[in-house]
Ligand binder design. Structure first.
Ligand SMILES: [Zn+2]
Length: 350
């Protein structure tokens, strides 16, 4: 049995999408599991080392540090003395070229380097550091023709990229991954277990939305109370067994209403309506796009996602309005409330 067994296809997708990190361009993976290898900025890496090196152990499938060429090369094209000695290009770090001036300035220093390539997307046998190779890659789009390495080229692959890919297969075997980025954004990371816990806690809250069960039966006439009841029981039991059923804690983070423990939007505190989970948010007039099917209700993070914080976790997520989520942006709920207070205070002239 699965937590989404009595949900509509859309609702199931909404839950399953929480497993994925966001897609990115260039070196970032397209829509991969949050548990996947992460890319860390060099500046973030240094901050983590200062704070607590053990934070890095959380990335179960490893990490790769993206380094600006100017942070690596000295004037003579040698490795800078102060470049952190725990990093080695091709092992846990790579040079990332994003603009043509940098490439022109440093490319001769890269003549003995290989371009980044992913050798395994997932492997139990091969250590994380050996699952990819290469010292540098390019994602330079502000020049004609663009300079884009194979690993960064998903969606815009040219014949030259195909040739490189065939060469890679020849060197590393035909099972080499399709080279669609090397990792996820570090702030999206969550372990496999935590990803699953989040799915269950979020599903459990959906069952608590008033009239949700009636709505499900309306949308899927083949459902009956027993079937819904069985799945809800399964979800609640999973939550209880994994310490995900502290409803007071969910009240504290503003995911549930204090009065009747029903889900509320963590920003505006309004009760969520069952129908709105299945509705598509209205689009701005004149800017409507047929392929934009964003729902009225979206996932909200109470504390914002940030590198090394691992904030995609249970008791930090709730369901809320798309509009409120847009207002929140990259901030925590508290920061957002303070921002709104400041704005309103200015209006009153004090
Ligand atoms: Zn709201």
């Amino acid at each position: 049995m699965n937590c989404t067994d009595v949900f509509t296809t859309e609702l199931r997708k909404k839950i399953d999408k929480t497993k994925e990190g966001r897609g990115g361009k260039g070196i970032y993976k397209r829509r991969n599991s949050r548990s996947y290898r992460v890319i860390i900025h060099y500046s973030t890496y240094l901050k983590i080392l200062k704070k607590n090196k053990k934070i890095l152990n959380n990335y179960e499938r490893g990490y790769a540090v993206r380094v600006k060429p100017k942070d690596y090369f000295d004037n003579k094209g040698k490795r800078k003395k102060n470049f952190h000695n725990s990093l080695k290009l091709g092992k846990n770090a790579f040079l990332y070229f994003k603009n043509i001036n940098d490439w022109n300035k440093y490319k001769t220093y890269c003549s003995n380097f290989q371009q980044v390539a992913e050798l395994y997307t997932k492997s139990e046998e091969v250590s994380n550091e050996k699952q990819w190779t290469g010292e540098y890659c390019k994602f330079i789009t502000n020049t004609t023709p663009q300079e884009i390495s194979l690993i960064c080229a998903s969606g815009t692959r040219t014949n030259k990229h195909e040739e490189e890919f065939q060469k890679l297969k020849k060197n590393y075997g035909k099972n080499v991954p399709k080279q669609a980025g090397l990792g996820n954004y570090d702030y999206d990371y969550a372990s496999e277990d935590e990803i699953e816990n989040v799915r269950y806690q979020l599903s459990m809250m959906i069952f608590r939305v008033p009239q949700m069960k009636d709505e499900l039966k309306l949308l899927m006439p083949e459902l009956n109370d027993k079937k819904i009841g069985d799945v809800e029981k399964h979800v609640v039991n999973f939550c209880k067994n994994n310490k995900l059923y502290d409803l007071n804690k969910l009240v504290e983070i503003r995911a549930l209403n204090k009065k009747d423990l029903a889900p509320i939007c963590p920003l505006c505190l309004e009760k969520l309506n069952a129908k709105s989970f299945f509705e598509i948010a209205p689009q701005d007039e004149g800017r409507e796009e047929e392929d934009n099917t964003q729902s009225e209700i979206v996932l909200m993070h109470i504390e914002a996602l940030a590198p090394g914080k691992f904030n995609h976790h249970t008791y930090n997520l709730g369901w809320g309005h798309k509009h409120c989520n847009t207002i929140q942006g990259q901030y925590s709920i508290n920061e957002t409330l303070n921002n709104i207070k400041r704005i309103l205070k200015n209006q009153s002239g004090n």
